[in-house]
Each structure stands twice: as structure tokens, then as C-alpha cells.
Ligand binder design. Structure first.
Ligand code: EPU
Length: 414
């Protein structure tokens, strides 16, 4: 699959933002813990359909009704998640916590996900063992015995999003109180906790670095409005910025955008926040000088590539430091094909702004790099072909259609 783009069109208009992939996936895993139906808004991206395939294998039923999806975990059973399915997405590992939480035992294979550096699960497993889970690894299969699961304090060595979510899913139906310390504060973690609390869980502290879980006997499925995707919204804001456009993103919680808004203002854009809408008008683009990614509330790694795309045509030089994933500059050679001036040294990229980019044939190397290349193509002079577009479809719903509605000339060729 590829995106064909005729660049140079200003993006203008308004766009409704879809549910957040990284909240939706853990909530799907959480449905394994619920009695009764969980009802969510539909989210049409491939990471969700791949997660549904895993849950179906575990006996979860799915029905669609209007714009909703109805998830029934009552027939849920314990089964090995085979490598063929687990390798399709990182979030498959979240079924481990949920299955051990529900059945006390689970067997899973190593998760997949975007190739953006080593993505181990040592923090997940270490913390689970500290809570009494016995773990064996053999030929790539992780077998967990949670019959001796107990409460207590667990300190994470790093505030991993996935490890935090897995531990919550593991302990929410446990026996004893658990305190998780140095956990991830990402809004998606808070959304998972809000969902679980709505279903009857007793979780306090989500959004801070310490979460306390008082186990409950059962969780009852509920209808839940998953938060909107701050990374998707940020991508559209950057798409308007890079094309000298003017846009309104709708349905978002502006509190989650502080670091992005600050950097967009520094780069010469005008921003206005009203309720759940953020408006951006692009300006005379200038370099922000320095940008570094880190855990929330710092600048998100998932917007790093898209922001670098913007910096390639901003006046001046910029240093970008990636602190979360080791290999998140794989897209740089592709931007260079389009005329960008970037050098990379370890986890630091040096971007020297050029007046404009030119269309080229480029390859997406992962989800966010694919989005960044689309943005570069939208701003470039001439035609750009972004191959391996399927990476982008993992996390952006109707991306080409929404961009066209904003005035972009882009089509997805299957
Ligand atoms: N890490 C370890 N050991 C572990 C877990 C993580 O060393 O056991 C390291 C990772 O290798 C990485 C860093 O810690 O260098 C951050 O990993 P984290 O566990 O926080 O991330 P994740 O749970 O694997 C989620 C999102 C990512 C997002 C990161 C950071 C999902 C499904 N994925 O990944 O989203 O970049 O948090 O915010 O929630 C994306 O959407 O494009 C994406 C990659």
C-alpha cells in the first residue's frame, strides 16, 4: 500500500479526532476482566483489529451496532496467544496481566510492534515476580503462574507505559492491596484506570507517579467514552503547520497538549485553545533550537518524527534528542531524499532548515515515521510516494480521507 501525494496544498478546516489507540488497546485487554458487556466507540485502525483477533481467540465476542462496538468477555477462556498474532502488535503483552489477573495462569509469546529500538518486557516481568507471579520462559513462550500473587509495594525502575498498564490489569482483581511506585503518568494510563473504576475497580492516584489498587471481587462491563487521540490530533496540527494552513482539531483535552503547543508557538505558529478545540494558524516557520522527548508531560516520542518534518523547513538549526526509544530516527534518510538536511548521531538529530522539500519516493519504517513522511509530502513541491502505508493505518483512522477533507491532494493506493 502507498500514499500518493501532490504536495503544496494548504491544509484548512476542522477535523474530529478519533479515540486514542494507546488507551483503546489496554481497555480492550481490560475487557477480559469484565463480566457483562463493554461498549466503546468504534475505532477503525489495524492495531485494534489485530487486538480483536487475539481477544476472539480467547473467547471474547464482538458485535457492532451503529458507531459502537459491543465486547462480551463472558465466554473468555485461557489460551496460548500464538506468535503469529502476538507479533503483530506490542499491546498483545497486556493480555498477560489480564489473563493472570483473571485465570491466575497465562501463556503468551513475545509481543511485536513498530521497529523503533529494543522493546523488552523485562520491567513487566520483574514487577510481576515481585508480586509473587512465577514466570518461566521457554522457546519464546512466557508461562506465568499467579496462584501465589500477593500485595505490597512495587517500584518500577522506569515509568514504562506498558508495564504500568500490565500491573494494573494483573492486580485489579487480586487479593491484597498493591502500591505501584514510579509508574507512567501518561493520559492513556489514566484513561484505562477511569474505565476500570467505572466498571467497579478501586484505583487511586492515576496520573501521578504512585497508584494504589484495592482489589475488588468483580468488574462489571460498562459503556465508556475512550479519550481522543492526542498524537493523532498533534499530527493534524503539525500537518497544518507544515503546509502553511489553518486548522481546528476537535474533541480533545487541551491539557494534554502543553508541551506540543509550547513548541508550535516557538516555531512561529499561532494557537488558540477553546474548550475541547485547538486552533492553529501557521506562520513564518522558525527553528525551535532544541527539542527532546521524554515521558509525559514532556514532549511525546510519538510526535518526534512529525515535529522533525516541520523543522526541516523552519528557518535555523535545531537539535532533537530522543530519550524514549533507541531507534526512532530510521526515517531520517527518507526525509533527506526529499531535500532535508539532517545528520544523526546516536539519539540526537541535527536539523538544518531548508526553504522547501521536494517530492520523492520514500518508505515508511514505522507508524509515526510514516505519518511524518506524509506530512513532508504534503508540504513538498511535486509528487511524493510513501510506501509501506500499512504502518500508518495501524494508528490513524481514515488518514487519507481526513487529510483530503482538509484540502490535501492525497490518495491511498492498495
Ligand atoms: N522498556 C524496557 N523494558 C520494559 C518496558 C519498556 O526497557 O519492560 C523501555 C522500552 O524499550 C522503551 C521505553 O522503555 O525504550 C519506553 O517503553 P514503554 O514501556 O513506556 O512503552 P510501550 O508501553 O512499549 C507505549 C505506546 C507507544 C509509546 C510509548 C511511550 C502503546 C501500545 N504503545 O509503548 O506508542 O511510544 O508507550 O509513550 O501504548 C505508538 O503509538 O506509535 C507507540 C510506539
Amino acid at each position: 500500500m502507498e500514499f500518493m501525494i501532490n504536495g503544496g496544498k494548504k491544509l484548512c478546516g476542522a477535523v474530529e479526532i478519533e479515540c486514542a489507540k494507546n488507551a483503546y488497546l489496554p481497555i480492550l485487554a481490560a475487557s477480559l476482566l469484565c463480566d457483562g458487556e463493554v461498549i466503546l466507540d468504534k475505532l477503525n485502525i489495524t492495531d485494534v483489529s489485530n487486538m480483536q483477533d487475539i481477544l476472539r481467540l480467547l473467547g471474547v465476542g464482538f458485535k457492532e451496532q451503529n458507531e459502537k462496538i459491543i465486547i462480551d468477555g463472558s465466554g473468555c477462556k485461557n489460551a496460548l496467544i500464538p506468535a503469529k498474532l502476538a507479533s503483530k502488535l506490542r499491546a498483545s503483552i497486556l493480555c498477560l496481566g489480564a489473563l493472570v489477573g483473571r485465570f491466575k495462569r497465562a501463556r503468551v509469546t513475545y509481543p511485536g510492534g513498530c521497529d523503533i529500538g529494543l522493546r523488552p518486557i523485562d520491567l513487566h516481568l520483574k514487577a510481576m515476580m515481585e508480586l509473587g507471579v512465577e514466570i518461566e520462559e521457554c522457546h519464546g513462550v512466557i508461562s506465568c503462574d499467579g496462584t501465589k500473587l500477593h500485595g505490597g509495594d512495587v517500584v518500577l525502575d522506569y515509568a514504562s507505559v506498558g508495564a504500568t498498564e500490565n500491573l494494573i490489569l494483573l492486580t485489579v482483581l487480586g487479593r491484597d492491596k498493591v502500591r505501584l511506585i514510579n509508574v507512567a503518568r501518561e493520559p492513556e494510563v489514566v484513561d484505562l484506570c477511569n474505565f476500570l473504576n467505572k466498571c467497579g475497580a478501586k484505583i487511586v492516584g492515576a496520573g501521578s507517579s504512585e497508584i494504589e489498587i484495592t482489589p475488588v471481587k468483580r468488574l462489571i462491563g460498562r459503556e465508556y467514552a475512550v479519550m481522543k487521540d492526542r498524537i493523532v490530533a498533534g499530527t493534524y496540527l503539525l500537518a497544518a503547520a507544515i503546509t502553511n494552513g489553518e486548522i481546528e482539531v476537535r474533541g480533545v483535552n487541551s491539557h494534554f497538549f502543553t508541551s506540543l503547543i509550547k513548541k508550535l508557538c516557538q516555531s512561529g505558529c499561532f494557537l488558540d485553545v477553546k474548550g475541547d478545540k485547538i486552533r492553529l494558524k501557521s506562520g513564518d516557520l522558525k527553528s525551535v533550537g532544541f527539542l527532546e522527548t521524554n515521558v509525559y508531560p514532556a514532549f511525546p516520542t510519538d510526535l518526534q518524527a512529525q515535529f522533525v518534518a516541520l523543522q526541516t523547513i523552519a528557518r535555523g538549526d535545531c537539535v532533537v534528542k530522543e530519550n524514549v526509544f533507541a531507534s526512532r530516527f530510521k526515517y531520517v534518510p527518507e526525509l533527506i531524499k526529499m531535500g532535508a538536511k539532517i545528520t544523526v548521531s546516536g539519539n540526537v538529530a541535527f536539523v538544518e532548515g531548508v526553504p522547501y522539500l521536494t517530492g520523492a519516493e520514500v518508505f515508511a519504517t514505522d507508524l509515526r515515521s510514516g505519518a511524518a513522511l506524509v506530512l513532508a509530502g504534503l508540504s513538498a513541491k511535486g509528487y511524493t510516494k510513501v510506501s509501506s502505508a500499512e504502518f500508518v493505518l495501524r494508528g490513524y483512522e481514515n488518514f487519507d480521507e481526513k487529510l483530503r477533507s482538509l484540502g490535501a491532494e492525497i490518495k491511498l493506493v492498495i
